[in-house]
Design a binder for this molecule. Sequence first.
Ligand code: FE2
Length: 431
Amino acid sequence: MSYWSHEYLLRTWGGPMVQAEFLKEAQRAFFVPRLFSGLNLFLDKAGLLPDSVDLVAKECKNKKAFIVTDEYAVRFAPRVMSPYEKRHGIQFEIWDKAKPDAPIDTVKDCAAKMSAFGPDLIFAIGGGSSMDTAKGAWLLYEHPDANIAILSPLIPLNLRNKAKLVAVPTTSGTGSEVTGIAVISFPDGVKLGVGGALPEFVPDFALLDPTLTTGMPPQLTAGTGGDALAHAVDAFMAPRADELNQAIALKAIKMIFEWLPKAYHDGNDLMPRMKMQYAATMAGIPLSNAGSGISHALGHTIGGLYHIHHGAMVLLFLPYELQVYARVTDRHLEICDMLGIRDKSSAEESLANLIRKIRGLMTDLKLPISLKDAGVSRDDFEKNLDFTLDQTPTDPAFYFGWYDLNREQLKDLFLCAYDGNLLNMNSDVWR
Ligand SMILES: [Fe+2]
């Protein structure tokens, strides 16, 4: 099977071209949904002033809305639907078969049901997989002949002729409620990021109600929160990140360090849930507008190979990303300043402080520091090392860093990550 990301030119030239520092000043764009957050987003009775329900319902001219969700988050559907049914007479159909990693077969099944119903509004209720399934199905609803695997990221998707998208996240991490990307998986294990030349997959509305996230178990809170931290740091460090993106990313980093441990240790405390939901959405905004980082390329390969939670994996590689980037940029010192951990006399010590801070959070959340801790056996790791080294550079996120790692550097990085040792940046491999 062939995918757009396997096209050498698209992958190695298209991504860096968009990312290139010298193009940063040429044209800037910043895409976000219309965002509503709070505890009163789904009120059955209209208030004195128009609210989110009125604004969203205005987009539903034919009064038909379609819900994409999964077997867990479907429990929230009645609450979301209720004000739209009662106050605006909108008719709903629910499809609740979204699966982890948004397999293409489920995307196609969802699109078929969507096409039969003919909605002009799509609600995606759930975590990243539900939202990404909704995005993929929306594309096939608008363009039934589209081949998702080979859609070039350099041409527009041409959406919104039939419907608009409303994202209602029930986890705090993926950021899919604000990003212009859908990650769809294929039967051969490939997880493909899909998005057009313009970020048309950015939903029209994002509705953030923290009470929808209160049932998350601690390890899911930790994993998804770790993903959000990696998004914020990746985006802050991305060469293309301008001041607007950096400001949002920096605040998200601060909030995650403050609130993620509290959300993890007491899942029923609503304030940490609210702050983490907001921080994860904030982290997704610069991720979508400024770019990802190598933590995601490294984490995708290992996570896919050994079926380890995405957030846990990308966070595990974040310290390595910072070490790699610190060769050519000192931007991470701004993160140290903000966290109050900068050593004014030593950039090296400041970096060490930041890595210690990240690993301290990982330990607190019982997330693995090393691949060994994550349960990867040494035999499997060694057997798959060549494949790992081949596969990582095919991930588009690999090219969104400051420079490309060569095979020797990649190998050193993965070997260090197996035992949780940091890189020796003075060794020959890195000089
Ligand atoms: Fe992620």
